[in-house]
Design a protein around this ligand. Structure first.
Ligand code: ATP
Ligand code: MG
Length: 422
């Protein structure tokens, strides 16, 4: 993409309501704009990051045999009454009526709906197990929407649901998704912990949260210095500073975390209420065993920034970066732009790496600042003086390291660099 034709509205001043760094930087670097409290426009750069996360999620969900579907966002009250949640879900559930006075809500999560989908089709044990997921916009009328995409009212979630014949099978599914989640967050380049968690509104008996470690995190978690026991403080058997009750050896240490995902073993909570049953191999009726698995897609992008930034801007983990490299022409002089254009084409067309060409008629300082702010992992810098010496500069955003690359070597250098990364 050519920056001269792009829509990346960067800001000089950050609106004062932005408290955490990811919110500030997403506004400042032109990734998102607020439409209403907790409701955001994803601008082109923001959407690219979301799509990069979604791609990783889809690959790992498909790899464990989950199938993607898409359920509606506007949900009829009847199904929510069947589970009892129409009555007990508080004001977070945004309720509405159609012209015939029928009651609906905007979906905050989809256990009832997916259970209905499955109960209508599944009759026999031969049709199980089955796992279904969607990536969809959710709505929760949060009391305090804040921190940008971290806690919105409208937000994108991946929600997956597993249906099994027995408790043992369902728990096996649970641990399959637990492992898939580890792969997802590792591939996103995040430093995280899987911690034992309470089940809250969703219900069930076994649950883990995936927490991205960050000082700005809203959750307090503790983890043992000796064994791998880690828990949300709401659930922890031992508090910070105490000896770990699980192994009796280590001491519990406290961390702050951002919950980016949660897995639940649900048992028959929804299947029993909605009568989702099947006939087993002896012909007797059994209740389907369920699990559910959520990931906050937008929150994951915000958590990545909380963990990866400096005073100049965002430092994207490679996999999430909207564009992997900015090819920066330091002037609009034809000699400079021809070379910049050529290397940009090489990266974009030959290497098939998402790149931007900074071909704007702007001062070098503006271009450098924007590139650092937006957070491309790499910059290829082409200036008139360098060209006279037959060289360009390659900068790594994370370390600030600059390498001089002779013009004749640039293509091979780029090829090597990117082949190591993907
Ligand atoms: P929280 O405790 O932070 O309110 P939750 O436990 O209610 O979240 P879940 O029902 O577990 O959320 O939803 C699955 C995932 O969706 C969460 O792990 C989180 O990443 C994301 N999520 C939940 N609420 C929001 C929100 N208001 N804005 C953005 N993402 C959210
Ligand atoms: Mg949760």
């Amino acid at each position: 993409m050519k920056l001269s034709q792009s829509f990346i509205p960067t800001l000089r001043e950050v609106p004062s309501e932005a408290e955490v760094v990811s919110h500030k930087l997403m506004l400042k670097a032109g990734y998102i704009r607020k439409l209403a409290a907790g409701i955001y426009n994803y601008l082109p750069l923001g959407l690219k990051v979301i799509q990069n996360i979604e791609k990783i999620i889809r690959e790992e969900m498909n790899a464990v045999g989950a199938q993607e579907l898409l359920m509606p966002m506007v949900l009829p009250a009847e199904l929510w009454s069947e589970s009892g949640r129409w009555q007990i879900y508080g004001k977070e559930l945004l309720r509405l009526k159609d012209r015939h006075d029928n009651e609906f809500c905007l979906g905050p999560t989809h256990e009832e709906i997916i259970t209905d989908v499955v109960r209508r089709e599944v009759r026999s044990y031969r049709q199980l197990p089955v796992s279904l997921y969607q990536i969809q916009t959710k709505f929760r009328d949060e009391t305090r929407p804040r921190f940008g995409l971290m806690r919105g009212r409208e937000f994108i979630m991946k929600d997956c649901y597993s249906f099994d014949r027995t408790m043992e099978d369902a728990q096996k599914s649970y641990w399959t998704y637990y492992e898939a989640y580890k792969k997802i967050f590792s591939r996103c380049g995040l430093s995280y912990r899987a911690v034992e968690a309470v089940t809250g509104n969703i219900g069930g008996t076994l649950s883990h949260e995936f927490q991205v470690l960050a000082d700005s995190g809203e959750d307090a978690i503790v983890s043992c210095s000796a064994c791998d026991y880690a828990a949300n403080i709401e659930k922890a058997e031992s508090k910070e500073g105490e000896t770990c009750a699980r192994c009796n050896k280590g001491t519990m240490q406290g961390f702050r975390g951002i919950e980016v995902g949660q897995v639940f073993y649900l048992g028959t909570k929804y299947s029993k209420a909605l009568k989702a049953t099947f006939l087993d191999d002896k012909g007797s009726e059994q209740i389907i065993e369920m699990g559910c698995y959520g990931i906050g897609v937008g929150r994951t992008s915000a958590a990545a920034i909380e963990q990866n930034h400096d005073d100049k801007g965002i430092i994207w983990p490679y996999a999430l970066a909207p564009y992997k490299i900015a090819v920066i022409g330091l002037s609009v002089d034809a000699k400079v732009m021809d070379v910049a254009q050529k290397f940009y084409q090489y990266v974009q067309k030959d290497l098939k790496i998402d790149a931007v060409l900074d071909d704007r008629d702007e001062r070098a300082g503006v271009k450098f600042n924007d590139a650092d702010l937006i957070g491309y992992p790499y910059q290829l810098i082409i200036g008139g003086k360098g060209l006279e010496k037959g060289e360009v500069e390659f900068k790594t955003r994370k370390t600030g390291e600059k390498q001089i690359v002779p013009l004749a070597n640039v293509e091979n250098f780029l090829k090597d660099t990117f082949s190591k990364l993907s």
